[in-house]
Design a binder for this molecule. Structure first.
Ligand code: NAD
Length: 265
C-alpha cells in the first residue's frame, strides 16, 4: 500500500507516541503535517523526529493536504478540524479520514454537520482508546439490549481530588459527565456512541484511593447474552494521566486501517 499523507493535531503524549509508533512498526503513513499550540513542544517534536520531515502548519493547510488526520489534542479542536476536513473533502470530492482521540469533542458538532457528513467523502473514526471489546458490545445492540454500564475507577489524584475513602462521584448518562470531567470520560462517550447512544447507557465514576491504575468495567446484557469485561490499565510511561493502552490504540487503529485482511473488525 502506498504511504498515506498524515496530519497530526497535538504533539503531546499520544502524538509523540504515535510518531514513534509509525517508525517502530513501519506503518504506511507519511507524517507530513502537524499542528500544536505549544511552540516549544512543536519545535522539540521536529528535532526529535527528523525522519518524519514534519511541516508545522495551520489547521486549514493540514486539513486540505492530509489524507488521514489524527486529532490528539483537546476536545475543543475536534469541531474545528472536522469542519475544515469535511469542507476540503467536499471540494476535491476525495476521501479523507479523521481519527479522533478527544471523543468528547464529537458532541460539539452540530446536527447540520452530521447531515453533511453522511454521504460525504469524509469519515470520522474514534479508536477504542482506553477501553476495548467494542466490537462485541456494538454487535449486541443489533438486538434488544437491557442495559450497558461502564464503571470507571481512578485514583483520586487522576480526578484532581483528595478523597481518603472510596467515593462515587458520578452516576448517570455520559454527556453531563463530560461537561463536569472532560478529561476523564472519553471512554464513556466512546462506549455510548458505539452501542446504545449517550442517553441510554449508564456511567459510574468512582474515586478510589486504594488504586494506582485506572480500571474500567463494562457490563451489558441483552438478547445476545451477557458481556462483562474489566480493563486494568497501566499509565503511559511518558504521561501518567493517559492510559498506555489508549496511546497504543491509535497505533493499532492506523495499522488495521492500512491492512487488507481485517480480523476482529
Ligand atoms: N479516547 C480515549 O480513550 C482517550 C484516552 C486518553 C486521552 N484521550 C484524549 O486524547 C487527547 C490527547 O491526550 P494526550 O495524553 O496526548 O494529552 P497531552 O496533554 O499529553 O497532549 C495534548 C497536546 O495537544 C496540544 N493542544 C491542546 N490544544 C490544542 C489545540 N487547540 N490545537 C493544537 N494543539 C493543541 C497540547 O499543547 C499538547 O501538546 C486529550 O484530549 C485526551 O483527553 C483520549
Amino acid at each position: 500500500m502506498p504511504k498515506l499523507t498524515l496530519g497530526l493535531v497535538g504533539l503531546g503524549n499520544i502524538g509523540t507516541f504515535l510518531a514513534q509508533g509509525i517508525i517502530d512498526h513501519d506503518l504506511p503513513y507519511k507524517l507530513t503535517f502537524a499542528n500544536e499550540v505549544d511552540e516549544q513542544r512543536a519545535n522539540e517534536f521536529c528535532k526529535r523526529f527528523p525522519e518524519h520531515s514534519v511541516q508545522l502548519t495551520d489547521l486549514d493547510t493540514l486539513a486540505a493536504r492530509s489524507k488521514v488526520i489524527v486529532e490528539a489534542a483537546h476536545p475543543s479542536v475536534v469541531p474545528v478540524i472536522a469542519q475544515k476536513a469535511l469542507l476540503a473533502a467536499q471540494q476535491v470530492e476525495a476521501t479523507k479520514y479523521l481519527f479522533v482521540m478527544s471523543v468528547g469533542g464529537l458532541l460539539q458538532l452540530s446536527e447540520e454537520f452530521y447531515r453533511d457528513l453522511s454521504g460525504s467523502y469524509f469519515k470520522i473514526i474514534a479508536p477504542s482508546g482506553a477501553i476495548g471489546g467494542l466490537d462485541a458490545f456494538s454487535s449486541m445492540t443489533l438486538e434488544s439490549v437491557d442495559y450497558v454500564r461502564l464503571t470507571t475507577r481512578k485514583p483520586p489524584e487522576a480526578l484532581g481530588r483528595k478523597d481518603k475513602e472510596v467515593t462515587e462521584i458520578y452516576r448517570g448518562a455520559p454527556k453531563p459527565a463530560f461537561e463536569k470531567f472532560p478529561k476523564n470520560v472519553n471512554v464513556s462517550i466512546t462506549l455510548g456512541l458505539a452501542t446504545v447512544g449517550l442517553d441510554k447507557m449508564e456511567f459510574v465514576l468512582v474515586s478510589d484511593p486504594n488504586l494506582t491504575q485506572n480500571i474500567h468495567e463494562i457490563e451489558a446484557s441483552g438478547a445476545a447474552g451477557n458481556v462483562h469485561i474489566v480493563l486494568k490499565n497501566v499509565p503511559s510511561p511518558s504521561n501518567p494521566r493517559t492510559s498506555y493502552i489508549a496511546a497504543l490504540s491509535i497505533i493499532s487503529a492506523l495499522r488495521r486501517f492500512s491492512q487488507n485482511l481485517l480480523v476482529g473488525y
